[in-house]
Design a protein around this ligand. Structure first.
Ligand code: F6R
Length: 612
């Protein structure tokens, strides 16, 4: 997500800001920019990477002792030069960088439009800086007071840094819901969304708390509450972490960080969309195509890799809850095989990056055939998001590790909400059933959080697998796609040959592979298929296979048959993929680490596959 940097002191601010922005790149972003005070305000911003920003600035000599910078991951408005931060107020006096979302930006904008303010960008941030300018002019107060008063009117999340043309050595920062750290140097201050940008320049930090603001100046730092202007005693912490680890948020790899982020990413996926009490799914994209959905004969789901696996889970859930026929296809096959597409079809295209070439081409083909395309993407402003008639963002946050983890569970969560929407809409899902499922979805983040404690145990289990050359993953029903996903995760990051199978298909061929050297990972949560899976485990064990089971707490029979057991919390059958996937991600991760593989950038793979 967005990153903020800032500097106020005696050094040349420009290199501090540019280096800081580079350190924030891991967060994922689509544009960047800086503003410097050198008697006037100088603002440079560019779509793309920090390299693009540097190229834009070129050899130009920028000398300034104060400045702010930003890497932007688009939320309000597509990634382009205009929407990139910093944003300047109408009178040209104030400039801001912002991380977060101002939820009441439309009403603030209307107020400002009525006062003849104008806007260049589509961002909520430009509205905020103009609102601050307006408050300062109306109330005739100092900059910090204007910011404080303005922020008291704001609903939403923010971490901001503001500088002013009229205040050569003053920076005001504030936070609510988004992180902000102050670095205390020798007669100088740094700010960052985390300490990454200045970790080599000072080890002394103040973590600004929610609802606090800080005024940084040549006289020092003063911290107060945003609400009541009460002074706060600053607590200075000493940074213990080195640059490498902080870039990955303290995790050894982005993949592990992203696995651990899933309680939060799923919360973000469902926030503002899932309403238990009135049995409602609010998704603007679905409402937009509601007439098409009412008439739909079937749903076609297309995607590649992990996104295709999410689509398979979606097929099971949508058919189960909404009783609407669903077909799932690899986008790469679909686009070339002359499929039958009708104007009454809804095509759901799933893609984390929103840039996968085959999925994009398949969408174009479906549109030409008259189908309505609904995109499920993680990256705002991506090609697939723009090409779709309607859609839903997964809101999982940037996924940097090449192996998809949190994007998968977010995609499945969106598909589950689509199933609820359709089922309720076509009358196949009772209000009670809807509420039962919706309540369970709300519990999933906490259940995943509790499962993350399994990490040490899974690391130990991985030790029994990491020398294997092959592995088989078995699952049934809702967890057959999870078996496929588990196999994909293992093969792509550890280079162990792995296959996923529906457990009952084992008898039709793969059982011939089983001997004392074959690890078989069985996804056997409690639910309708549980007894059948226990029989499948027995079949593997009878042939001396090494069984690793993912099952419910205290399943003694499974335990006695297994060489390794991972016990997970219970949930409704249709939601089990959201839980069973987690230990498989961790298992692949630890096997890959133990094999000394490049977990985040496995050989031959790219995060966004833009060629077919
Ligand atoms: C696997 C993985 C890939 C992607 C696939 C589609 O971990 O990441 O299989 O799922 O390349 O990418 P998106 O979802 O960006 O279209």
């Amino acid at each position: 997500m967005c990153g903020i940097v800032g500097y106020l002191g005696k050094k040349d601010a420009y290199p501090v800001l540019i280096n800081g922005l580079r350190r924030l790149e891991y967060r994922g972003y689509d544009s960047s920019g800086i503003a410097l005070y050198n008697g006037d305000l100088e603002v440079h911003k560019s779509k793309g990477k920090v390299d693009d920003l540097e190229n834009l600035i070129g050899e130009k000599k920028i000398s300034a002792k104060m400045g702010i910078g930003h890497t932007r991951w688009a939320t309000h408005g597509e990634p382009n030069n205009v929407n990139a931060h910093p944003h300047v107020s109408n009178n040209g006096d104030l400039v801001i960088v912002h991380n977060g979302i101002i939820e009441n930006c439309n009403s603030l904008k209307q107020l400002l439009l009525d006062k003849n303010y104008s806007f260049k960008s589509e961002t909520d941030t430009e509205i905020l800086i103009n609102f601050i300018e307006y408050v300062q002019a109306e109330e005739k107060v100092s900059l910090d007071q204007a910011i404080r008063l303005a922020l008291n009117e704001v609903i939403g999340a923010f971490a901001i840094a503001v500088i002013s043309k009229k205040e050569p050595s003053l920076m005001v920062v504030a936070r609510l819901g988004s992180p902000l750290v102050l670095g205390i140097g020798n007669g100088e201050f740094f700010i960052g969304s985390d300490a990454t940008p200045f970790i080599d320049l000072t080890k002394k930090v103040i973590y600004l708390e929610d609802g606090e603001m800080a005024v940084l100046s040549n006289n020092g730092v003063s911290i107060r509450t945003i609400e009541s202007d009460e002074p706060i005693d600053a607590v200075i912490h000493k940074l213990q972490i080195d640059l490498n680890s902080i870039e990955k948020g303290g995790y050894n790899h982005f993949m592990l960080k992203e696995i651990f982020e899933q309680p939060t990413s799923i919360l973000n996926t469902i926030r503002g969309r899932l309403f238990v009490s009135n049995a409602q799914i609010r998704m603007a994209g679905l409402d937009k195509i509601s007439e098409k959905l009412e008439k739909a004969n079937r749903i076609l789901i297309i995607g590649c890799g992990t996104s295709w696996h999410a689509g398979l889970v979606g097929e099971y859930i949508i058919e189960d809850l909404a009783r609407l026929p669903v077909e799932v296809e690899y986008a790469s096959e679909f686009r070339y095989r002359n499929p039958i597409i009708s104007s009454d079809d809804i095509v759901i295209a799933i893609s984390q990056s929103g840039e996968t070439a085959d999925t994009l081409a398949a969408i174009k083909m479906a549109k030409e055939a008259g189908a309505c395309v609904f995109g499920i993407c993680n990256v705002v402003g991506s090609s697939i998001a723009r090409e779709s008639h309607a859609g839903a963002f997964t809101h999982a946050g940037p996924e940097i590790g090449v192996a998809s983890t949190k994007a998968f569970t977010a995609q499945v969560t969106v598909l589950a909400m689509i199933a609820l929407y359709l089922g309720r809409g076509n009358g196949n899902l009772s209000k009670d059933k809807f509420q039962e499922i919706a309540k369970e979805i709300e519990l999933i983040p906490a259940k995943i959080l509790s499962m993350l404690d399994l990490d040490d145990k899974i690391q130990t289990i991985a030790k029994s697998l990491y020398k294997s050359n092959n592995a088989l993953f078995l699952g049934r029903g809702f967890n057959f796609p999870v078996a496929l996903e588990g196999a994909l995760k293992l093969k792509e990051i550890s280079y162990i040959h792995a296959e996923g199978y529906p457990a009952a298909e084992m008898k039709h061929g793969p059982i011939a592979l089983i001997d004392e050297n074959m690890p078989v990972i069985v996804v056997a949560p409690r639910g309708d298929m549980f007894k059948k899976l226990v029989s499948n485990i027995q079949e593997v064990k009878a042939r001396k296979g090494i069984v690793i089971s993912i099952t419910g707490y205290g399943e003694s029979e499974v335990k006695s048959l297994s060489d390794g057991v991972i016990e997970i919390p219970e949930t409704l059958d249709c939601l089990t993929p959201l839980l069973t996937t987690i230990p498989l991600q961790l298992l692949s991760y630890h096997v890959a680490v133990q094999r000394d593989c490049n977990v985040d950038q496995p050989r031959n793979l790219a995060k966004s596959v833009t060629v077919e």
